[in-house]
Write a protein that binds this ligand. Sequence first.
Ligand code: TYD
Ligand code: MG
Length: 453
Amino acid sequence: MAKLKTKYFCQACGFESPKWAGKCNNCNEWNTFVEELVGKSSKKEEQQSSIGLTAVNGPISIASIAPDELERTITTDEELNRVLGGGIVPGSIVLIGGEPGIGKSTLLLQVALSLTGKTIIYVSGEESEQQIKLRANRIGLNNPDLYLLSETSTGKIFKHLRKYQPDVVIIDSIQTLQSPFVESTPGSVSQIRECAGELQRYAKETATPVFLIGHITKEGSIAGPKVLEHIVDTVLQFEGDHHHIYRILRNSKNRFGSTAEIGIYEMRQDGLRQVTNPSELLITQHNQNLSGITVAATMEGARPLLIETQALVSPAVYGNPQRSTTGFDLRRLNMLLAVLEKRCGFRFGDKDVFVNIAGGIRVEDPAIDLAIICALLSSYEDTPVGSGVCFAGEVGLSGEIRTITRANQRISEAAKLGFEQIFLSGNIKLEKTNYDVELKKVMTVAELFKALF
Ligand code: TYD
Ligand code: MG
């Protein structure tokens, strides 16, 4: 019997080494090497025949490629179309990552069910056909051209794909697949790399779009090696808070479009529903006159989003004052508090401070600073800011209010939602001068405080 060959793979970056090591020389992570069986020394030709490739490709002139070869498939899901850059590109391979239970399977099943007139194969290594059917019933759609396949071996999967010649292939999930050419267990670095490579060759050779679902690790990156993200054309992240209904589809890599587009969904009893007017849903209280509530005009990628921010400042009852945030960076909050202490003379040292962004959405846009500062001041003073006012501006360390990107879009969105005033940096340069909303320009935090309270 031939001796089994093993190698060590870093589970973080996919680096391979003949010997075990405590620290990966490539990504500097500790204790990430795992022994995996490799080889069977299969010939490359043999591997290719498993996918059914025979054509030998030579170089061709770019001018001779017909443009209609790249005609995209438009789905009924406009959010997905937009995030993909205008529909599904033939032969593209799209990876969707996200936490367990966030709705990846639901999203792709819904897309598959709505693509009527196309043959689709949904390969699931995680659920049985009956379970998928149950989910389809909940979604309430039916598509006779959707075929379900409960299978994990790539060899068998390609056999079925050759027979059915589908227009779209969905793999749920890449971590459950097993290639007959690699002996290590499913989900290991060498398996993921091999299976993704085989699927990529299949996608390119047959011009069939392939969707891969990928699990993510504790740290939030897609489980498996970075090579997976290099192999695929598009990497989408499906995220959101489990306790809230909103889900955001982000794009971190796209060979066929911009990565600035995002899609917003609402998780309901009957599947995911597209949200076309997110701002209206995220501002719930804006006519109630309560202190500590403000509205921020933020951008999520290329999309303006008006979000309600809430702050609560109260005397600390325990020795150590608490600072806690949901949907906002805690260190950023500490910085904003320090600016308010130093530049405006407020004392937060004996106060508990809580900040919350509505809808379970995480905001990274620095333009939310101004709304947070105002919510803090409003709660501190116990004076409502009043409805009809929103904010967009980044706050610097010296208490200055900085300009923001895409100001026009933010202002237009505020006007569309019926806001009367928007506070912005005094330095802002605008293309237009008249908007349907009054522009309030402020230079510093102290000036803002005077203008508001
Ligand atoms: P799922 O697509 O299985 O998540 P993933 O594939 O990312 O692990 O989604 C699971 C969650 O979605 C589950 O907790 C229940 C919820 N859900 C609904 O609320 N409504 C629905 O119609 C469906 C199908 C799922
Ligand atoms: Mg799933």
